[in-house]
Design a protein around this ligand. Structure first.
Ligand code: UFG
Length: 344
């Protein structure tokens, strides 16, 4: 079956392609490479083989997406494409609303015209906002503090409204916690442009000497060691969660669609992650304690029981696996870039 994967060259998209290919699906990818590179798709092919079409294009563009559905018998869509930097979204909110909401609405429109009713959508634990108690479960009230988060929240609402109006449209919304790590082959992983926003890629770049030290954003939170606690989930586990969600959506999803957390249910602090990285990889990660980052909450982790019960999916890898795999990818990437003479 052909699966349209938007944003397939990105961090989570590329890992999910591998799972799809290994399960025998035929992915068709659309990506504009605004935050990714075509080479990640070449490396996906190296790992998992397979033949699929790659379209360089914008998911917001009706004609581009329509053309894909005209030429391929698409069975379902996995929609990753979207901007995801919180800080940038505060500076350029309209760019975020136009791109993230425009892509979701355009896809729903074309899917509706083509009679395709299954979509897996990338949402985020950010929708649990500042006021819920951990562990976060899917029934809790949602709210957001920044435009990026609001694009996720609004997309969820748009999907639910579209599902209420059309019984054939049954979206599965996946709320990711904190993806980390890389494929065990060391061939694909996260490749942020510029200064990383997220903790794990920042730790990787400090360990490799590319950045001098990590600033820990606050050590006065109400957590065991005072630093922020998050639910880090291995990107390969996350990718496998997409496969489970896809299969469930094709076979069992009822009218209206469904929402699932994809997390491990375990919290890890900034300093725990940092020391695990140092221990597992035998590499120092210098750090300083800085002030809190605006908008951060003390603790965020999932109640992941719904995904286990309904989808039969459970995260299997641990923090050590994430640290090991992230470092393998980081060192490989540094070597390739040096060989290619890339300026960093
Ligand atoms: N942190 C640091 N120093 C850094 C970067 C992060 O101390 O240089 C800390 C943060 O304060 C936080 C933890 O590391 O306590 C994780 O921060 P990330 O930026 O990696 O992740 P967030 O939990 O803030 O945000 C992530 C995604 C969002 C998503 C959210 C959902 O980046 O897109 O998870 O919970 F919305």
């Amino acid at each position: 079956m052909k699966i349209l994967v938007t944003g397939g060259a990105g961090y989570i998209g590329s890992h999910t392609l591998i799972e799809l290919l290994e399960a025998g699906y035929e992915p068709v990818v659309i990506d504009d490479y605004s935050n990714s590179e075509p080479s990640s798709l070449e490396r996906v092919r190296e790992i998992a083989g397979g033949i699929w079409e790659i379209i360089e294009g914008d998911v917001c563009d009706y004609d581009t997406v329509k053309d894909i559905f005209d030429r391929h018998e698409v069975g379902a869509v996995i929609h990753f494409a979207g901007f995801k930097a919180v800080g940038e979204s505060v500076e350029k909110p309209l760019m975020y609303y136009r791109n993230n909401l425009g892509a979701t609405m355009n896809l729903i429109r074309v899917m509706n015209e083509a009679g395709v009713g299954r979509m897996i959508f990338s949402s985020s634990a950010t929708v649990y906002g500042m006021n819920n108690q951990v562990p976060f479960d899917e029934t809790m009230p949602v709210s957001c503090t920044n435009p990026y988060g609001r694009t996720k929240l609004m997309s969820e609402q748009i999907l639910k409204d579209a599902a209420a109006a059309d019984g054939n449209f049954r979206p599965v919304i996946l709320r990711y916690f904190n993806p980390a790590g890389a494929h065990t082959s060391g061939l694909i992983g996260e490749n942020p442009r510029g200064i990383p926003n997220n903790l794990m890629p920042y730790i990787q770049q400090v360990a490799s000497g590319r950045r001098e030290k990590l600033t820990v954003y606050g050590n006065d939170y109400d957590t065991p060691d005072g630093t922020g606690v998050r639910d880090y989930i291995h990107v390969v586990d996350l990718a496998k969660g997409h496969l489970k969600a896809l299969e469930w959506s094709l076979e069992s999803c009822g009218e209206g669609g469904e929402v699932f957390n994809l997390g491990t249910g375990r919290g890890t602090s900034v300093l725990q992650l940092l020391t695990a990285f140092e221990r597992v990889n035998e590499v120092p990660v210098p750090y300083v304690i800085g002030s809190r980052r605006a908008g951060d909450i003390a603790t965020c982790y999932a109640d992941a029981s719904k995904a286990e019960k309904v989808l039969g999916w459970k995260a299997e890898k641990n923090i050590e696996d994430m640290c090991r795999d992230a470092w393998r990818w980081e060192t490989n990437k540094a070597r390739w870039e040096t060989n290619r003479g890339v300026q960093r």
